[in-house]
Design a protein around this ligand. Structure first.
Ligand code: CAO
Length: 428
């Protein structure tokens, strides 16, 4: 069995993180992704936060492996002609330019449909239709505009952005699903369509439990699982809930042995109702099993601070891994706070293919995350994307780039450069 997207050709007009995440996912599933980078410059992330001089940054490599690459000046006449050929050749065009940039290049939806009526045009934008649709957006702007920041942090502190790239990578995931659905529908209609994933919408979608809470708050003016209950005050908007669980089972982060010196010696603990008896026995509070103040989830709600303080008195005597092992013997849900260092070195994540090594033969070894898995997997190692651009002009010399129907030398300097290892795009 081949890969799910074998034979699908993606014209990858993306840069930075949101769009590249989407096309990278499609590449993992077997699509042939041809990344088009700005002539003479390349994706801006190639140079951002470089840790080895002269070598593509980790940021770029992690978001673009398994793709092919060309550079193209889409504002030159020759560049436009090449792009037209690529539009005819590919199934999906994915872009995340600032609003209107594709139109300004002359590649409106109507023009693209004229060239290839089967083409799906998929875009990431900061905002969907509305007052902000013309705005440029980066990750943290999306987190703030999508409801994540206002609901993250402590009640007495400012809004916080999260370490998870929900605005960029989250939106890339949403877009990838939209593309796959559009490809599926094209089998029936024979026609392409436009797909839009707005970063504000993507973040809001990932914050749906907070939207749920807003509606509960509107109706009842209180949310009993929040740390503001019973002594704090609720306003009209969902407050920041610190580390309280977003679900129906109360939870929080508790200290473990070593917390004084190790910033990650903590555990997330969930006081799940079905295992309440085991929790009480484990933390030395067996009398709470039948105590009228603690016996049921409802009566515990105003006393969650006491519950978690007792849990912490127990966890602080164990390392996070010891506590997890003991709690799991009784199916008590919990999870250690794992540092990036611990995750990068976790053998089981390498074995499962969740963390892969990208092209170990390249100048550097790169570790990257990979989701989702399929039964029929691609090889566990990703292939780094060769650098398209100035450095490689010499190495490609007069290579015939059949996508253009003429040799590179004829196309003119800076119009199109094929990256080393990119292979040829067949004549359209
Ligand atoms: N040849 C010629 N011109 C090219 C080109 C190419 N191959 N590729 C890009 N360009 C041009 C664009 O056409 C645009 O020109 P005009 O402004 O004249 O139309 C110009 O390069 C700049 O593109 P841009 O506006 O997209 O880039 P920026 O660096 O100014 O903005 C970003 C970056 C991310 C803020 C903006 O692209 C954006 O808001 N994108 C949508 C939201 C998004 O994806 N954000 C996530 C970013 S990841 O954190």
């Amino acid at each position: 069995m081949g890969k799910a997207l074998d034979g699908v050709r993606i014209l990858d007009f993306t840069h930075v993180q949101s769009g590249p995440t989407c096309t990278q996912l499609l590449a993992w599933f077997g699509a042939d992704v041809i990344k088009v980078e700005k002539a003479g410059a390349g994706d801006i992330t190639r140079e951002q936060l470089r840790d080895i001089p002269g070598v593509d940054s980790l940021y770029f490599t992690m978001l673009n492996h398994n793709k092919r690459s060309v550079t193209l000046d889409t504002k030159s006449e020759n560049g436009k002609r090449v792009l037209e050929k690529l539009v005819k050749y590919c199934d999906v065009l994915v872009e995340n330019f600032a609003p209107g940039a594709l139109d300004r290049m002359g590649f409106t939806w109507e023009r693209i449909q004229e060239l290839n009526p089967r083409m799906i045009v998929a875009s990431v934008k900061g905002f969907g239709p509305g007052p902000y649709e013309e705005c440029k957006v980066y990750e943290n702007v999306a987190q703030c505009a999508g409801g994540s920041a206002s609901t993250t942090g402590f009640d007495d502190g400012p809004p916080l952005v999260t370490g998870a790239q929900i605005g960029d990578s989250g939106t890339g995931l949403h877009l990838a699903l939209g593309i796959v659905a559009a490809l599926y529908q094209r089998n029936a209609t024979g026609r392409g369509q436009k797909v839009l994933a707005a970063m504000q919408d993507g973040v809001l979608n990932l914050c749906r439990v907070k939207l749920r809470d807003q509606q509960r708050l509107d109706r009842t003016q209180v949310m009993k699982e929040y740390p503001q209950f019973p002594n704090g005050k609720f306003g009209s908007a969902v407050p920041r809930a610190a580390n309280a669980s977003g679900g129906g089972q109360p939870g929080t982060i508790v200290k473990c042995k070593g917390w004084e010196t190790d910033p990650n010696a903590y555990l997330y603990f969930i006081a799940q109702a079905p295992v309440w008896k085991d929790i009480c026995k484990m933390i030395g509070k067996a009398d709470w099993i039948t105590h009228p103040d603690f016996a049921t989830p409802e009566v515990r709600l105003p006393r969650l601070k006491d519950v978690f303080a007792a849990v912490e008195t127990w966890t602080v005597t164990k390392t996070k891994f010891e506590a997890m092992a003991l709690l799991n013997e009784h199916d008590i849900p919990c999870g250690p706070i794992l540092s990036m260092e611990e995750l990068a070195n976790e053998p089981s994540l390498r074995k499962s293919g969740t963390i892969v090594e990208v092209d170990p033969s390249a100048t550097r070894q790169v570790l990257d995350g990979r989701q989702p898995h399929q039964d029929e997997r691609q090889p566990d190692r990703g292939q780094a994307l060769a650098l398209a651009g100035r450095t490689h002009r010499r190495s490609i010399g007069r290579t015939r780039v059949r996508g253009c129907g003429r040799s590179r030398a004829e196309i003119g300097k800076g119009d199109m450069t094929m990256a080393r290892g990119a292979g040829l795009i067949p004549e359209v």
